[in-house]
Design a protein around this ligand. Sequence first.
Ligand code: PRT
Ligand code: MG
Length: 217
Amino acid sequence: MSGTALTLALSKGRIFDETLPLLKAAGIEVLEDPEKSRKLILATNRPEVRVVLVRASDVPTYVQYGGADLGITGKDILLEHGSQGLYLPLDLRIAKCRVSVAVRADFDYASAVRQGSRLRVATKYVAIAREFFAAKGVHVDLIKLYGSMELAPLTGLADAIVDLVSTGNTLKANHLVEVERIMDISSHLVVNQAALKLKQAALRPIIDAFAAAVKQD
Ligand code: PRT
Ligand code: MG
């Protein structure tokens, strides 16, 4: 091995795909396609750099505890996880979307909020939702889900959902409407705080190359 070993945690799918051009700008090419292989550790053209594939919501945990030196994860996931033990040098402006409140097209959200009724809200984003409704002074019962939030208002499980929206097609296909936009989301580079000190020489050029390659729009 040449140089300090570095492990980068990524999730498959949009984050992996949108990270490839940034890696390329840093002179790093992943040698395997995660969609074609079952491997969880991927080699790169740089013998000292490897990529580990983890569930999107596990990226902060890997980096926090040093299972990876750095990782890329959505702001949504960081807000739910918290950023203890993590250094966040960069908004990469990839995998953009927003966190929104959505309801059934026939649900009168505005008057429910106006009348101060207690809203039942299903979400994977309990921390984001709790803070948002508390700031509005809306009383909510939060129901934690792990997926397919869109189903909750359709089955009577909840009045509203808090979920990620990108094109809006998923909401539309399920007869839901976006009634509030809570915040814009993009993915961030996260670095283990100890690694930042101990592996500074190896990490700095990668952080700088990513920073230079971030799209400004
Ligand atoms: O999918 P899995 O359960 O394994 O994990 P995950 O959903 O945590 O990961 P992944 O890879 O789907 O998402 C990783 C990150 O991508 C998220 O944490 C976000 O920061 C970001 N991202 C950007 C998105 C979207 N856009 C997005 N559209 N994550 C999810 N979606 C989903 C959304 O939840 C909804 O179901 O896509 C659907 C809406 O898309 P539209 O285009 O129909 O509006
Ligand atoms: Mg997903």
